[in-house]
Structure formats: C-alpha cells, structure tokens
Design a protein around this ligand. Structure first.
Ligand SMILES: [Zn+2]
Length: 74
C-alpha cells in the first residue's frame, strides 16, 4: 500500500505543478497579447473629425486624414 500512496502523492504534486505552470503561462501570454494589442496614438481626421490610429492615418503637412479623399479635399 505504501508504494501506491507514494505514487498517488507524486501524481498529485505533478498535477498541481502542471496546473500552476499552465496558469502562469496563460498569464504571460495574456500580458504579451495586451502589449501587441496596444494601439498607438489616436488622431483626428482634419476633414471629417473621425478618430483613427496614427498608423492607419494619412499624414500630410502636419495634419492627419482618414483617407486619401479627405486629404485631397482639405
Ligand atoms: Zn476623414
């Protein structure tokens, strides 16, 4: 019986370690995900006032525009 109990204890310890590692990994990936999700500055289209991330905005003469059309019209 002693050996079976020992195996059971080892299994429970392994399970706890495994779950703890999984949880820590999930937290780490969530943090990473949050960082990559982070959007840069939001800028306002000079023509229509739409707010868009500056990475998607068209920049001209120090002003931001949501699309090429709005850049032309202003
Ligand atoms: Zn616009």
């Amino acid at each position: 019986m002693g050996f079976v109990r020992l195996l059971a204890i080892i299994f429970v310890i392994w399970l706890v370690v495994y779950i703890a590692r999984r949880l820590l990994q999930n937290r780490a990936t969530e943090k990473k995900h949050g960082q990559t999700k982070q959007i840069g500055n939001m800028v306002r289209c000079e023509t229509c006032g739409l707010h868009i991330p500056d990475t998607e905005a068209i920049k001209a003469n120090g002003h931001y525009y949501c699309c090429e059309e709005h850049r032309k019209t202003s």
